[in-house]
Design a protein around this ligand. Structure first.
Ligand SMILES: Cc1cc2nc3c(=O)[nH]c(=O)nc-3n(C[C@H](O)[C@H](O)[C@H](O)COP(=O)(O)OP(=O)(O)OC[C@H]3O[C@@H](n4cnc5c(N)ncnc54)[C@H](O)[C@@H]3O)c2cc1C
Ligand code: SF4
Length: 518
């Protein structure tokens, strides 16, 4: 009896549940399908990263004794879809059973759920145990609660994993050391350059393929320096723990022009695709703390991002169900401005963030949340359009992690299921956290008029527009109090300034994001 084991592009882990307990006649199936590369027009670097990592992983499995059937994108007969390729492989190998790990998103899981009917094989779907909190455990945690507060979930996860715990208590006697983090970096700080990896022959072949088939997609393909093997990803992890982690927390929210990465980990593309596991990453940080190599604020801050935020976000995605993305709590309908694709805008903070993501397929958390997401929410971009943008541009973007972060945290489109208030901010916040404003054509200190930073009037306009919905939010009353104190005349001037700016916005050529077959 031949068992087919399809391994998806974000399942590149030797310890994957479907690869344990090897059946006698097992064939691993890996496929590069055009449907997945084009259902949104992913950044070229992201496609290259995944195809190259898949090809390297297939070779590693072969070296470990597996029979691997690998279908390349341009191979004759490739149907271009997961289901089409699984059906072809079942026929090719006479397989009677399929064993697969559950998909990371609803869309792909629906395909897997159709494989038994499409192929006639018996399909076994195994839970993805690379996550530290199962869907069942998350549902149990969420079940009885009125509010799904991340900090509560995180403390539960600390207890459950035993990370940074001593005799049932958090080490350092505090759960959260954020108060020690988020300093303003001194001028001229010497930031570590993250490791990059020279493309080998396999990666070069993939770069040619992506350059040919996905030329119309967003982003620069080269220079390409991502890790594409587990060994390289482990090198990136070692480097982060030794060099950047000790200062990770201190400047976590800072934005410095010309410094894309600061002390961030740059590990999300590797964890999300499976080259690294969440557990080994947090164990490495905890071990460095235990050795006295990193301070507690850094180790705790980093571990919270992984066992707290990352697991919580994934829990919400599956707990909220496939319809989560359909809500639009703030009734936002505006088209995404074209400059999210081109970077062609006088708003320097946006232009710089877009330029960076075009080159690197990366922005750090505060750029994503407080510049790009904040602006989209303030101007009222339709959630589906901004969500598609996030899914396209980042090398680490998969719907399970992109959607709750964008729909919930950044756009408040879920009405507060995930965040207790909208992450809205004016120019003063961006000025405090970045060095953009001093070089911008707008003046961050001005509130109204053509030279004023647009974030300022837009922020008040946003609060005024959504007053009925948000005014009773206990975390916003101070803001509404400030709005009232402005008085009728300044309120009118502020809203007129916001309206003039909104009228001047260009809208996006939507074909940038929606594949037109190019
Ligand atoms: C609007 C918005 C969209 C986002 N979209 C994505 C996405 O598509 N994919 C993605 O992996 N992350 C996303 N994030 C979370 C976060 O911005 C990235 O994980 C982080 O910037 C990745 O870079 P890093 O590895 O240098 O992370 P660091 O800042 O060094 O953090 C360490 C690790 O913590 C994890 N992490 C931290 N915050 C989150 C979070 N909110 N959700 C999930 N994991 C987290 C990541 O695995 C990350 O590698 C998004 C955040 C926002 C606000
Ligand atoms: S002044 Fe306003 S638009 Fe310009 S960089 Fe600062 S926050 Fe952005």
């Amino acid at each position: 009896m031949v068992t087919l084991i399809p391994v998806l592009g974000d399942q590149l882990s030797p310890g994957l549940a479907s690869l344990s307990g090897r059946p006698a006649d097992a064939i691993v199936l890996m496929v590069e399908v055009i449907d997945e590369a084009r259902y949104v027009r992913h950044h070229k670097k992201k496609i290259a990263l995944l195809f190259s990592a898949m090809r390297h992983f297939a070779d590693e499995l072969r070296a470990a004794g597996w029979t691997v059937d690998y279908v390349k994108l341009d191979e004759a007969g490739n149907t271009g879809s997961f289901t089409g390729e699984v059906a072809r492989a079942v026929e090719r190998h006479g397989a009677t059973a399929i064993r697969v790990v559950e998909a990371g998103e609803w869309r792909v899981q629906a395909m897997i759920d159709g494989w038994a009917a499409a192929t006639g094989a018996i399909v076994e779907v195994r839970p993805d145990d690379r996550f530290l909190c199962s869907k069942v455990d998350f549902a149990e945690w969420a079940g009885a609660r009125k509010r799904l507060i991340m900090e509560d979930f995180y403390r539960e996860m600390r207890k459950r994993t035993g990370l940074l715990m001593s005799f049932g208590k958090p080490v350092g006697s505090r759960w959260n050391f954020d108060a020690d983090n988020r300093k303003t970096p001194p001028r001229g700080l010497n930031y570590p350059a993250p490791p990059t990896f020279e493309p080998d022959a396999i990666t070069r072949e993939v770069l040619d393929l992506v350059g040919t088939h996905f030329a119309g997609h967003f982003g620069d393909l080269e220079p390409f320096g991502f890790a594409v093997t587990r060994a390289q990803a482990l090198t990136a992890l070692d480097y982060f723990v030794a060099v950047a982690l000790p200062t990770f927390g201190d400047y976590q929210d800072a934005i410095v022009e010309g410094q894309a990465f600061l002390y961030h980990a740059l590990l999300s593309p590797y964890i999300n695709s499976g080259l690294l596991t969440a557990r080994e990453v947090v164990d490495a940080a905890a071990a460095a703390y235990a050795e006295g190599d990193v301070p507690i604020n850094a180790a705790e801050g980093f571990i919270r991002q992984i066992i707290g935020w990352r697991e919580y976000i994934r829990g919400i995605y599956f707990w909220a169900g496939p319809d989560y993305k359909k809500s639009n709590a703030l009734s936002a309908t505006r088209d995404l401005p074209a400059f999210y694709w081109t970077g062609d805008t006088d708003l320097r903070c946006i232009a710089q963030s877009v330029d960076q993501v075009r080159r690197e397929a990366y922005n750090h958390h505060i750029q994503r949340l407080m510049i790009l997401g904040n602006f989209a929410m303030l101007i009222g971009v339709e959630p589906a359009q901004i969500e598609e943008w996030y899914l396209v541009v980042y090398a680490d973007a998969y719907e399970w992690v992109e959607l709750p972060n964008v729909h919930g945290m950044s756009q408040f489109a879920d009405g507060g299921l995930l965040g207790s208030k909208p992450y809205a901010g004016g120019g003063a916040y961006i000025d405090r956290m970045s060095d953009h404003c001093g070089r911008c054509r707008y003046n961050v200190k001005l509130k109204t008029g053509p030279y004023a930073c647009p974030f300022n009037a837009l922020y008040w306009d946003f609060l005024a527009r959504h007053r009925d919905q948000l005014k009773d939010n206990s975390r916003l009353w101070r803001m509404y109090d400030g709005w009232e104190r402005l008085g009728a005349e300044r309120q009118a001037a502020t809203r007129a300034s916001a309206a003039a700016f909104l009228d001047s916005l260009p809208t996006a050529a939507r074909e940038w994001a929606v594949d037109a077959g190019g």
